[in-house]
Design a binder for this molecule. Structure first.
Ligand code: NAI
Length: 688
């Protein structure tokens, strides 16, 4: 029988440079720490210890990085020995020094491994960090103990709780690395290893520097606030505090125990789910894969809210931007917004002046349609009206070069109908950015009926260039995000009619973790836009559909939301002062009377269950219609674009956690309570 494992390249190999052993971790693409890597390093350390002709070792990563993290798939299962703390303990127990040579990224377990060595030499462009908290866990191999011994507790709290990524230069200042080199890393590390002359320099033997208690308290409060007091943040703070108050081994054991508990928590599973879902969403399914078209110059049509945000995002990514408006005044306003953005970035110290100047120099604001010829990609962001967009696309068709990708930023319009205004529908797709477009990471890449695979691939490529999160969606009303969000909001309106108040619904859903409640969101976005849409749809609406008229009644009284000082709430002085209003309660009670509903009390739990079940139901519909390619894509959209709590994994993850039986029962309840026009999805599609 052929021993297949023997044919596989080992993940750790050793080489000799005189009396220095070079231990090379080679687990492409990012040298993730895995069982085999741990085994290999442990064996190499044993070899170092046992070989009289060796005086030190260098630990280095093959390819473009050191260990960029641990293999996350291991975290949901029983861990197999040797675990990382065993490997680090062996390095520390070995009488000969080991030097970590860092390049690329030393993150999570990678940085912990490096901190367990006797010294760290880093290439100039290395980044280091402990991102565990963003995955609902804490460093479990001494990260919370060794970092504060070098940086002090306050800085360690900021670094660990914020999942910060730190440059080599800063890491040097903090003492997390001992030397930075712009020369050959391997040679520098070998020289460093020899210079230790057999000396051990274990961080565990150092003590945490004394600090003002107020400085630590301030760091704790800031971390708790920014980290929303999630369990991993609280545990990380506790572990770092223990570094100063307990003996090393006791604090280390405590850290490990917290890590073990957290890694199997629902929250950690949810965050790992999001992590993999985001990665999967970047990939097109096989049948849609193609090479993207070239992408250096982007023309943006419409310099309004979205157009200027998209322009900033593209400029920041190093792209050349042609910004086109219908007249000089509008162009002026748009250009001024972009200019103001960069100047405030510079003034606040968030951007170097040269960088801002360079970005602005790549912007060409114009009213001359001939400039469109230069564009590889045209993004239309004009008013949300089909006739206007069709007219604009006919003009784009006349001016853009052949082979250019043509995109619309429409929120709801039919991308096919827009594409038909051109002679090249295969080049047209939707690129649905979210507001503010230079901040929000989500980008729905909308595949219309005739969109060519390489055009779709260019949309995904653009997202990557802009450091955004692409999710491919089919061309259906509301695509993925707005479709789900509308189903959710509608269900919340049903609950108003049945007995809940807006403030109660908002509080319940915020308690679940939504960034804002649905009615506060509506007030922020403006009620007039959906009102207009409802009126436009009135003629074609299914008469059996349960229609809640509360929003219409509010708008009839001029309550358009925050911008008019009143909507579901009343705003007396600015948006922070939202108060409930008797008028609104009376409008809602009247709506209940009109539908013949006896109002009843709602618990937070019921509000949450129904609102989330409505999302899950719509997710099932989107999957059966093929609008979403994967169930996990829906979770990415809701978390990245709609304030769904990341630590709950997304609505599909939430539904799966209920288990098949409870999910079916929840859907039965939803169907029964939602009334006429409700379309039930096949919940089994969510469970795959
Ligand atoms: P906006 O009203 O702020 O900006 C539209 C701009 O387009 C205006 O500056 C206008 O002068 C310009 N424009 C209109 N017709 C034009 C033409 N023929 N040629 C050149 N420029 C023209 O609108 P906003 O909010 O930026 O929305 C633009 C598009 O983005 C809409 O389709 C909207 O549905 C979509 N969208 C909006 C989001 C938002 O939160 N505002 C979010 C996602 C998409």
């Amino acid at each position: 029988m052929i021993n297949e494992t023997a044919a596989v390249k080992p993940m750790v190999r050793t080489e000799r440079d005189g009396d220095v052993l070079v231990i090379v971790i080679d687990n492409p693409p990012v040298n993730a720490g895995s069982l085999e890597v741990r085994r290999g390093v442990l064996e190499a350390v044993t070899l170092l210890q046992a070989s009289p002709d060796l005086q030190a070792a260098v630990l280095i990563g093959a390819g473009s990085t050191f260990v960029a993290g641990s293999d996350l798939r291991e975290f949901g299962k029983p861990l197999q020995a040797p675990i990382l703390p065993d490997v680090i303990a062996a390095i520390e127990a070995c009488p000969k020094p080991v030097v970590a040579a860092l390049h690329g990224a030393a993150l999570g377990g990678g940085l912990e491994l490096a901190l367990g060595c006797d010294a760290r030499v880093a290439a100039v462009k290395t980044i280091v960090g402990l991102p565990e908290v963003t995955l609902g866990i804490i460093p479990g191999a001494g990260g919370t103990q060794r970092v504060p011994r070098r940086t002090g507790a306050a800085r360690a709290i900021r670094m660990v709780c914020g999942g910060e990524r730190i440059s080599a230069a800063e890491a040097r200042e903090l003492g997390l690395v001992d030397a930075v080199t712009d020369g050959d890393l391997r040679s520098a590390a070998i020289i460093h290893a020899r210079s230790l002359a057999g000396r051990k320099c274990r961080i565990r033997d150092e003590s945490v520097p004394e600090e003002e208690p107020q400085a630590i308290d301030a760091a704790v409060q800031a971390a708790l606030k920014a980290g929303k007091r999630r369990p991993a943040v609280v545990a990380a703070i506790e572990a770092i505090r223990a570094a100063a108050s307990l003996p090393f081994d006791a604090a280390l054991a405590q850290e490990r125990e917290a890590f073990q508990q957290l890694r199997l928590s629902r929250e950690a599973f949810a965050l790992r789910h999001q992590f993999f879902a985001e990665r999967d969403a970047m990939k097109l399914p096989k049948e849609l894969q193609a090479s993207p078209r070239s992408l250096q110059t982007v023309a943006i049509i419409g310099a309004g809210t979205m157009g200027t945000g998209i322009a900033i995002s593209a400029l920041d990514a190093g792209l050349d931007v042609v910004l086109l408006e219908q007249d000089d005044a509008a162009l002026q306003r748009g250009s001024e917004r972009i200019r103001a953005h960069y100047s405030s970035r510079v003034v606040s110290g968030k951007m170097a002046a040269e960088k801002a100047v360079a970005a602005a120099s790549r912007l060409d604001a114009t009213v001359d349609w001939k400039q469109l010829r230069r564009a590889d990609l045209v993004i239309e962001a004009v008013f949300e009206e089909l006739a206007v967009k069709q007219e604009v696309f006919a003009r784009i068709d006349a001016h853009a070069r052949q082979g250019a990708v043509l995109a619309t930023n429409t929120s709801y319009l039919d991308v096919d109908a827009i594409a038909q205004a051109t002679t090249r529908p295969q080049d047209v797709l939707g690129l649905h950015f979210f507001s503010p477009a230079n901040v929000m990471r989500l980008l729905e890449v909308v595949r219309a009926t005739r969109t060519a695979p390489d055009v779709l691939a260019t949309g995904v490529e653009l997202a990557k260039r802009l450091r955004k999160q692409p999710v491919v969606a089919g061309n259906a009303f509301g695509f993925i995000g707005n479709r789900i969000y509308n189903a959710y909001r509608k269900q919340c309106e049903f609950m108003l009619e049945e007995g809940a108040w807006p403030e109660q619904v908002d509080v319940a859903l915020q308690a679940f973790g939504m960034a804002m409640g649905p009615f506060a969101v509506s007030d922020l976005a403006g009620l007039d836009i959906p009102w207009r849409m409802r009126k436009a749809q009135a003629a074609t609406r299914d008469p059996r559909e349960r229609y809640v008229a509360i929003l219409d009644r509010l708008c009839e009284q001029g309550r358009y939301g925050q911008k008019t000082g009143a909507g579901y709430y009343t705003y007396t002085d600015g948006k922070r002062s939202a108060t409930t209003d008797d008028i609104v309660h009376r409008i809602i009670e009247q709506a209940s009377v009109e539908r013949g509903i006896q109002r009843r009390a709602f618990s937070n739990e019921e509000i949450q269950r129904r609102a989330l079940a409505a999302m899950a139901n719509e997710a099932a519909l989107l999957l059966s219609e093929g609008v979403a390619i994967r169930a996990s894509d829906i979770d990415v959209v809701l978390v990245q674009g709609y304030g769904f709590p990341r630590w709950e994994g997304g609505p599909v993850f939430w539904a799966c956690q209920l288990g098949a039986k409870t999910l079916q029962e929840t859907m039965d309840e939803l169907e029964q309570l939602s009334g006429g026009g409700f379309i039930r999805g096949n919940a089994a599609l969510l469970m795959d």
